[in-house]
Ligand binder design. Structure first.
Ligand code: HEC
Length: 140
């Protein structure tokens, strides 16, 4: 019993201590945003913008280490690959290719990332929403 208490105390202390290492939760200015029809924007905003734009809604758990480190990393990497806030800095060909990739990633169940959907109810892209996005992607 005594040992268990010590272990629990140790674990609690550990979690307390790691909170000191806080990643920056930055939302850089939105300089060249995507403009798409409202229904397309609504889907992208609810399912993709937290990792693929400079308009990330930092959830409560994104402030708690060690999850905060993982989230910050995913947002950084997500923005690097695809940033809807910098959409019009890309030429038409690059936009078309990324749009196509979006449809592929969703259709393959790769996006949104697997741990995101249970934490954000409604963020999974259903069949009708995918069809809406596909129409948009094909119009690029
Ligand atoms: C929780 C964060 C997160 C969410 C939400 C998310 N993504 Fe991603 N996405 C990433 C990360 C991280 C990568 C880069 C690593 C990888 O491919 O797994 C990525 C990569 C991609 C790529 C590949 C780009 C390339 O250069 O090959 C596409 C396309 C993409 N995401 C589309 C989407 C779409 C569309 C949505 C919404 C339906 C979405 N993502 C939601 C984190 C996310």
């Amino acid at each position: 019993m005594k040992l268990l208490k010590k272990i629990l105390l140790g674990v609690a202390l550990f979690f307390l201590l790691i909170q000191v290492v806080r990643p920056a939760h930055l939302n850089p200015p939105v300089v060249a945003p995507l403009h798409a029809p409202d229904d397309v924007m609504a889907i992208l905003r609810k399912s993709c913008y937290d990792c693929h734009s400079n308009e990330t809604r930092w959830a409560w758990y994104s402030h708690v280490a060690p999850v905060s480190w993982l989230v910050a990393h995913d947002v950084e990497e997500g923005r690097e690959h695809l940033n809807f806030s910098e959409w019009t800095t890309m030429d038409a060909k690059a936009r078309r290719e990324l749009g196509e990739e979006c449809i592929e990633e969703i259709a393959e169940g790769e996006m949104p990332l697997w741990f995101y959907t249970p934490l954000h109810p409604g963020s999974k892209v259903d069949g009708a929403e995918l069809a809406t996005l596909r129409k948009w992607a094909e119009s690029l």
